[in-house]
Design a protein around this ligand. Sequence first.
Ligand SMILES: Cc1cc2nc3c(=O)[nH]c(=O)nc-3n(C[C@H](O)[C@H](O)[C@H](O)COP(=O)(O)O)c2cc1C
Length: 190
Amino acid sequence: MKVLGIAGSPRRGGNTDRLLAEVLKGAADRGAEVETIVLNDLNITPCQHCNDCYEAGKCKYDDDMQMVYRKLAAAGRIVLASPIHFMGVTAQTKIMIDRCQALWARKYRLKLPPLGDKRRRKGLFVSVGALKKADLFQPALATVKALFATLDVSYAGELVFAGVEDKGDIVKHPDALEQAYLAGQKLAEG
Ligand SMILES: Cc1cc2nc3c(=O)[nH]c(=O)nc-3n(C[C@H](O)[C@H](O)[C@H](O)COP(=O)(O)O)c2cc1C
């Protein structure tokens, strides 16, 4: 079982990074092969809406996204971790998601075979935000669900915490890290 963690925050060692690390630790303790990619370290051009992928079924931009496509296809589990920035996922995360338009074209326009078996592939969303607003995670959740559908990944749920602002605040939460660890175990199990 390959579990791909995608770190979408620009803040290394921040709140979503800590949660993601716990999820992956839980998965690894259940025998999964885990890996993290840090989007902020990658060179990914934003989607240019050239529509070339509508015919080619792949993106013509030869940058780090080509490596990300391969990892997205190979993973049995995807854990996408992004804090909330202006009510959505971070810019780093959204650039990666928009480049998945090439995978959308493959699936919905060209009707090419799916990246994987949706019944066997699962995705978890991990997020935090500073505010305590009832709808804080809704826009990001809609985006992430659209991504997972495109990737032929079934939605395994979310692990989200409001009222988490400063670096390390997540550690002060009574059981967030434990919840993350358990979610990782569950993700790897079934
Ligand atoms: C550019 C930017 C925009 C933000 N926008 C929001 C927001 O819309 N709502 C919110 O609750 N928190 C917002 N935050 C706060 C972060 O979500 C919060 O600090 C979070 O703990 C950061 O997580 P990280 O340590 O994983 O980066 C924003 C932070 C930044 C830097």
